[in-house]
Structure formats: structure tokens, C-alpha cells
Design a protein around this ligand. Structure first.
Ligand code: IFM
Length: 434
């Protein structure tokens, strides 16, 4: 047996997002889930529309303390969750103090348990008023987003040092919502897709500057430097007027492993595709981010450009999602990100596995390849499994089961799966045994 040790201060955790776990959200997604168009199209496919309505989800809005007790029990020291914009600003310009207080309570509940909060400010859902104003096609969208995040970050700055502006905004969201048409607002328009991407990048940059300004004016907020010297050393100010070393602001994208082919031309095409898909946001937003969040799930044997790679042997398929798994692909993705010279968190990596037969091996294999990337000079700060809980998996509804913890959607009872205890051993020892 070999032991693979991770760097000192490596963070171990898991992630969720508001719409997927909280329940009772009222946003553009919850409206779409019950829309006639959506319900009819599910019925036509012979599916029960009820399984595709987020509803109470995992009821984590009310059960977050119970969830965080589990996080602690599983030896995790970081937890990623998202804030639901439609709760904070249900009507344009009107901010709900009770909901702001709710998220202060959530953060406090993590801190009391010694768990570092990592907060995503946008994870696929929009307030209804924002969607009605054109969503991410609206030229004012960056300013509307900046106004929202200013309220949230100002309220939470004393306890939080790790912020993510956008989750998978260009690698998943904009193409699903504006190009392929399977997420609300279900458009299929290449010009809109480009426009949404541009506005999102602008929104990120403005948000980054706003967050830095807030922390600049509040040097005692964010990370406690004695507790977190590892992180305060990593933050380099990007603007001459920004000196805050007490906060890190990152971008999360979902990168796929795109293997080469045996042919030089199609390999060139596939690398171009990868460049456009995986790195668009990072390239456009440079230098306005302090860390990169990598979500990694699978390889793309066949790209949108059509050529199929034959150089990688056939891998396991995650049937629920139709994904071809490929643990060494995470190594490849991490090495690709090295050129940005920024620290990296693996902000998501997971498998839908109801019977929990494959999850333990999945985690271990991906951790082995992540460890190898660290040996090869990639500055990886932590690993967060997706997801802490089974949850609402967007257009796939409640079918997929990604959780370390199984959720009974009728009683909301939580059952920790055996693989979660295996992962907990890794978190505790900061090392992997194979
Ligand atoms: O559930 C999603 C999450 O919202 C974003 N990243 C991928 C996960 C699994 O599909």
C-alpha cells in the first residue's frame, strides 16, 4: 500500500448550491419548472413532471445546521454553498434584511463548527425581475449584479474570505440557456450567447473590483491572518489601489478533458475547441481573479466539432449523466491551468451513484491524479466533492444522486453513505492510501 500526502493546510470539503438544496426558491428556474412548455415536453417524453420541480429540494434552508453537523462529522474543513439572489433582492432594488440575516446565520453556523465558508454569488438562477429585464442579455446586467453583490459582501465580509463570483457561467450556463436552448430562457441564438458571455465577464470584473474595494476599506475583515497565513500570502493585489490581502475572489468553470486524436489536423481542431470552451472566461477576465475554481467531471471524446478521439481507451460511463469518466483527465485539466499562475481549488468533482458502489473509487482515483498534479507544480489549495447531499440536478430533476449523503425527499432524512466515511478518513489524515 502507498500513502500520498497532500500539502500542509490543504482544504477538504464538499459543495452545494442554493436552488439545488434550499427549497422554496422563487426565481427564473422555479417558474420554468412549472411552465406549460416544460411540463408538456416532459409528459411527451413519458416523464413525471413532479420529479423535475425543485419544490422543497433538500429543505436545507431550514436544515443547514444538521447538514453542517454532518460536514464536521466527516472531518471537512471547508464548505462551498451559494447565495440565492432572488431571496436577497426579490424585487428590483429592494433588499430583504431577513434573508441577509439568514445567510449571516448560515455562515456563523459554519464558523462555529470550524469550517471555512466559500461562497458562490451566482449559481445558474436569476431573480424573476432580472430575467424579465432580459437577464444576461441586458447591457445593465453587470451593474445590477454589482449592486446585489455589494449588499451581500458588505454584510458577510467579517466572516468570509473566499468568494466565487460565477459558477460555470460560460462553460455550462450560457451555452445551455442561450445556444442549445435547454435551460431557461431556452434561446438558440449564437449572437445572444456571445452577448451573455460578454456581460457575464463584465459583471465578474466589476464584482471583483467591488469586493476588493469593500475589503480594502475593512482591513480586519475576511481571513484571520494568523489562522490563514497560507492564503493571505497567496493574494496579489491586481490594482495599484487594491491592497486587500484578506480576501480571495475566484471564478469557477467546468472544464472537460479533451484528448488528442492520432491525426495532427483534428488534434489541432480539438485543442482550439478546448481553448475556446475551457479558458474563455479566464482569458477574458485576466487579471481580475485571485484563484481558479476547477469543476471536473468527465472527458469529451467527441467535441462539438465532431472529431472523435481514439487515443484514450474506453472508460466507465456515468449512466445517469451520460458522462465518460476519466480520472487522469483531472491531471490534464490542472496542468492546463498552470499557465495562469494562480492557485486552484478543485471546487467540484463527483459522481451520480445511487447505490454508492463506485463513489469511493471515483474519489480516490481523482485524488491520486490531483496529488500527481501537485507533485508536478500545480498550486492546488483544496478539494471539494460535489455534492454534500443528493439534490435537484437541474434539467435532470431528482433522478441523479451525487451526494455523500443520501436524502429522502419525502421525509428529508439524511443518511451518510459508506463512501463518505472513506472520504472522511482522507480529510482527517490529509493523505490518500492506495
Ligand atoms: O449539479 C451540478 C452543479 O450545479 C454544477 N456543476 C455540475 C454539477 C453536476 O452536474
Amino acid at each position: 500500500m502507498s500513502v500520498f500526502k497532500f500539502p500542509e493546510n490543504f482544504k477538504w470539503g464538499s459543495a452545494t448550491s442554493a436552488h439545488q438544496v434550499e427549497g422554496d426558491n422563487h426565481n427564473d428556474w422555479s417558474e420554468w419548472e412549472v411552465s406549460k412548455l416544460r411540463v408538456e415536453s416532459l409528459k411527451l417524453k413519458g416523464l413525471n413532471p413532479d420529479n423535475f420541480i425543485s419544490g422543497k429540494a433538500c429543505d436545507s434552508y431550514n436544515r443547514y445546521e444538521e447538514d453542517f453537523d454532518i460536514v464536521k462529522k466527516l472531518n471537512q474543513n471547508i464548505h462551498r454553498f451559494s447565495i440565492e439572489w432572488s431571496r436577497i433582492e426579490p424585487e428590483e432594488g429592494k433588499f430583504n434584511q431577513n434573508e441577509i440575516q439568514h445567510y449571516i446565520n448560515v455562515v456563523n453556523a459554519l464558523k462555529e463548527r470550524g469550517i471555512e465558508p466559500m461562497i458562490t454569488l451566482w449559481h445558474f438562477t436569476n431573480p424573476i425581475w432580472f430575467a424579465e429585464k432580459g437577464g444576461w442579455l441586458n447591457p445593465d446586467s453587470p451593474e445590477l449584479f454589482r449592486r446585489f453583490i455589494k449588499v451581500v459582501v458588505s454584510a458577510l465580509k467579517d466572516q468570509v474570505g473566499l468568494w466565487i463570483t460565477f459558477n460555470e457561467a460560460t462553460t455550462v450556463y450560457s451555452s445551455f440557456a442561450y445556444l442549445k436552448g435547454f435551460w431557461p430562457p431556452q434561446h438558440k441564438n449564437i449572437f445572444e450567447w456571445r452577448m451573455a458571455n460578454r456581460n457575464i465577464v463584465r459583471a465578474h470584473t466589476e464584482a471583483y473590483k467591488e469586493i476588493k474595494k469593500i475589503y480594502n476599506n475593512s482591513p480586519s475583515s475576511g481571513f484571520n491572518k494568523e489562522v490563514q497565513p497560507w492564503i493571505s500570502k497567496k493574494v496579489e493585489p491586481r490594482d495599484p489601489d487594491v491592497t486587500s490581502h484578506n480576501v480571495m475572489v475566484g471564478i469557477v468553470e467546468s472544464n472537460v478533458f479533451v484528448p488528442d486524436t492520432k491525426n495532427i489536423f483534428t488534434t489541432w481542431l480539438r485543442r482550439k475547441y478546448k481553448q475556446l470552451r475551457n479558458f474563455y472566461f479566464l482569458d477574458q477576465a485576466t487579471p481580475y481573479y485571485d484563484f481558479i475554481g476547477l469543476n471536473y467531471y468527465h472527458m469529451d471524446r467527441r467535441t462539438g466539432l465532431g472529431q472523435k478521439s481514439e487515443v484514450v481507451p474506453k472508460q466507465d460511463i456515468n449512466e445517469d449523466m451520460g458522462w465518460e469518466l476519466c480520472p487522469p483527465g483531472i491531471y490534464n485539466c490542472l496542468l492546463d491551468l498552470k499557465k495562469y499562475k494562480k492557485p486552484i481549488f478543485i471546487t467540484e468533482n463527483g459522481i451520480s451513484d445511487r447505490t454508492d458502489q463506485k463513489r469511493k473509487k471515483f474519489i480516490k482515483d481523482h485524488l491520486y491524479w490531483s496529488w500527481k498534479a501537485v507533485q508536478d507544480g500545480v498550486d492546488v489549495l483544496g478539494y471539494l466533492y460535489w455534492s454534500l447531499l443528493d439534490n435537484f440536478e437541474w434539467h435532470h430533476g431528482f433522478g441523479p444522486r451525487f451526494g455523500l449523503v443520501e436524502v429522502d425527499y419525502k421525509t428529508f432524512e439524511r443518511h451518510i453513505r459508506p463512501s463518505a466515511y472513506e472520504y472522511a478518513k482522507i480529510c482527517q489524515t490529509n493523505s490518500l492510501e492506495l
